[in-house]
Write a protein of this length. Sequence first.
Length: 148
Amino acid sequence: MTTPEPDGLLAEQLLRLTRRIHRSQQRRLESAGVVITPAQSRLLRALAHDERPPRMADLAARLEVVPRAVTSLVDGLETAGRVRRAPDPDNRRVIRIELTDTGRATLRALREARRAAAEDILAPLSPAQRTEFGALLSALADGPARSR
């Protein structure tokens, strides 16, 4: 049996950690009665970062998906009462996507579930280790991407 390469082992550990956080978050959401897909969660988070409600094309670009995928996500979120389509006040031919009160409540539940899941998973680490781990993750997530 061969020993895995250090980078390969690290990649596997990161994937396992991500899955654990996701499963823990999903359990918390389900126990709170919040049923939402990961893709819908991403779209809600994207909406929360805009000062002005975005167009579907803006959301597609931000999420790096085709516009049709955003349409399907918005349809599901609109059916659940989490978003609404609204005409742009400056150009009535343009439709913007707005969060509803239900959507904002869902975002709060998502944030709380994510925070609680991370707290549980990071519990074995000391405050200093958490700080160091956060700095390392930031360096990886925010650092320049190397092309192959």
